[in-house]
Ligand binder design. Structure first.
Ligand SMILES: Nc1nc2c(ncn2[C@@H]2O[C@H](COP(=O)(O)OP(=O)(O)OP(=O)(O)O)[C@@H](O)[C@H]2O)c(=O)[nH]1
Ligand SMILES: [Mg+2]
Length: 245
């Protein structure tokens, strides 16, 4: 076992939304196994044309703790993650983690996220704390992400610095309380809406610093449309959860 490996008493479930991650997913799962060997893993793939699901089926032959959900078409990261969360709750998970498949979220940080749940109900791996780092992002992406996060904080007031990084851990009770039917499931704003729902119910949300590395392999799924809609969607969230004035 690697240093920092979690010895598991509680049932941990890791959700990985995937679209065209055939080049990453098998390696990611074996890396996760070094740090949380006993976690169950739910891969939610949207019928990726690159055969991601087949790669996962191959891994499942030697690893019984993987569940694969294949949805019909590309439904977005947020809704894939919600699908995984519901399944994790059905499977009796005590701790639910979501992470990307492209190695932007370092599996070595999993034990730290889990440990922080000792203090918080939900923990975000943040790229914007003083000891956080971001590697291989161009200046435009850095500026956009920073502005998007400052704007979300100003509009929604959740005490976190990173609304848009999908490297998070939740206690079971927190996700049980989320009103998933209320969540509008399109785009990257789903992460903000889930956090808003949790915050509005009085749960304690905290952050740990993360070392975020831009994807090395595979294609980006981020579209300009999604970037632009992030701003209007935050406005809509503010209207629905707080009120505009
Ligand atoms: N199931 C599913 N997963 C998705 C979808 N879109 C993105 N993902 C996954 O969600 C995670 C984050 O998507 P990324 O494409 O890495 O988005 P990003 O990090 O904003 O942008 P890049 O890293 O630059 O590509 C990855 O694991 C993707 O494979 C989708 O429509 N359905
Ligand atoms: Mg990515």
């Amino acid at each position: 076992m690697a240093e920092g490996t979690i010895e598991q008493e509680r049932r941990i479930c890791i959700i990985i939304p995937c679209f065209n991650e055939a080049e990453n997913i098998a390696q990611l799962i074996s890396s996760i196994r070094c740090y949380v060997p006993l976690a169950s893993i739910i891969v939610v793939d949207d019928n990726s044309p690159d055969g991601t699901a087949d790669v996962v089926r191959g891994v499942m032959k030697r690893d019984a703790c993987i569940d694969l959900v294949v949805r019909e078409g590309k439904g977005g990261r947020g809704s894939a993650s919600i699908e995984g969360m519901k399944r994790a709750l059905d499977e009796g998970a005590d701790i639910i983690i979501e992470m990307d498949a492209d190695f932007s979220h370092n599996p070595a940080e999993l034990p730290l996220l889990i440990e922080a749940l000792g203090e918080y109900d939900m923990v975000v791996g943040s790229r914007y704390l003083s000891s956080s780092r971001i590697k291989k992002w161009g200046i435009t992406r850095r500026i956009f992400s920073k502005i998007a996060n400052l704007y979300a904080r100003f509009m929604l007031g959740i005490p976190i610095t990173d609304y848009t990084n999908g490297y998070r851990a939740y206690k079971r009770e927190v996700l049980e309380a989320v009103d998933f039917d209320r969540v509008v499931r399109a785009g990257y704003v789903v992460l903000s809406e889930v956090a808003m729902d949790i915050f509005s119910k009085g749960f304690k949300i905290g952050e740990i610093p993360t070392y975020f590395v831009n994807r090395q392999r595979g294609e980006s799924n981020l579209s300009l449309d999604e970037i632009l809609s992030a701003f209007t969607s935050i406005l809509d969230l503010r209207r629905r959860y707080i009120g505009l004035l």
